[in-house]
Design a protein around this ligand. Sequence first.
Ligand SMILES: Nc1nc2c(c(=O)[nH]1)N[C@H]1C(S)=C(S)[C@@H](COP(=O)(O)O)O[C@H]1N2
Ligand SMILES: [Mo]
Length: 326
Amino acid sequence: MLIRTHNAGFDHGSSSDITPQHLYMSRRELLKLGAAGGSALAVGGAWAQAAKSDGTQPMSTVRSTVPGAISMETPTSFQDASTYNNYYEFGLDKSDPARYAHTLQTRPWTVKVEGLVNKPKTFDIEELLKLSAQEERIYRLRCVEGWSMVIPWVGYSLSKLLAQVEPQGSAKYVEFVTLADSKTMPGLRSGVLDWPYTEGLRMDEAMHPLSLLTFGMYGKTLTPQNGAPVRLVLPWKYGFKSAKSIVTIRVVEKQPGTAWNKAARNEYGFYSNVNPDVPHPRWSQATERRIGEGGLFAKRHKTLLFNGYEAQVGQLYAGMDLRKDY
Ligand SMILES: Nc1nc2c(c(=O)[nH]1)N[C@H]1C(S)=C(S)[C@@H](COP(=O)(O)O)O[C@H]1N2
Ligand SMILES: [Mo]
């Protein structure tokens, strides 16, 4: 299948014919990109001061005790994490979301939780923020394109929200629907995905303590480009499963469709667990480039099964053929 998109209809800087990497990048091009990456080594720890007047608010957090929740790797700089983004609703270039997502209206904001639950409810974002203690979790995020970051996220386990609505016995999957607002999201004019961007998880994946309902990063509320005011982060899956700016969570019986699976079924499966042994049809997934480790001699990192979270999540997939259920 060949999918190609054209100009989304707004300023992309120099390029007039946009080719999203998910759909169109070869391994050779990825390697070239890796060699060209620029900035200096990230300095971890000092993220609280990193933001300027970007509209984010400080958050008080507790350290997470969930097994696997704190990566010991050096975090990516806030600067890199908030300027090198995939958020196609705001454009296809990595720099587009940081440039355009300030138009996102994050208040008022509600998240509707519906479907096969005893207590369906529409949560106001302020209520959602206070539902459980906000934990800091340092997770590695691995994009299917072959790069990764290490980000100190802030949030709490998605299971805490699902417990509030009481999923019924027939509930097998959870579908996530994100905002699609053509007034503020110029990327919707591009037909690259079937908007709104949706994602899905099996119920046991959604209930896994590492599945993070995320409200912040680097000790502050999320920037718009990182998916404000609420997103998912699923550290053992490719980054595209971590849907941004969620408006509806639907508990369902049948496996829901997902935006990327609909766009290219043979390339993006429902599970999309990070797996170095299952190449993307057009490039290897064996290694990754860590954003911020720039320069010609930056070594690529070996990609790990389940992105290094095998001890925590491997059991979820016992007995499954990971080549078939990619
Ligand atoms: N709504 C929405 N969510 C999205 C995306 C998107 O285009 N739209 N891109 C995904 C992809 S491909 C990745 S790698 C991560 C990037 O998250 P980050 O920019 O916070 O690092 O967001 C994911 N969530
Ligand atoms: Mo991604």
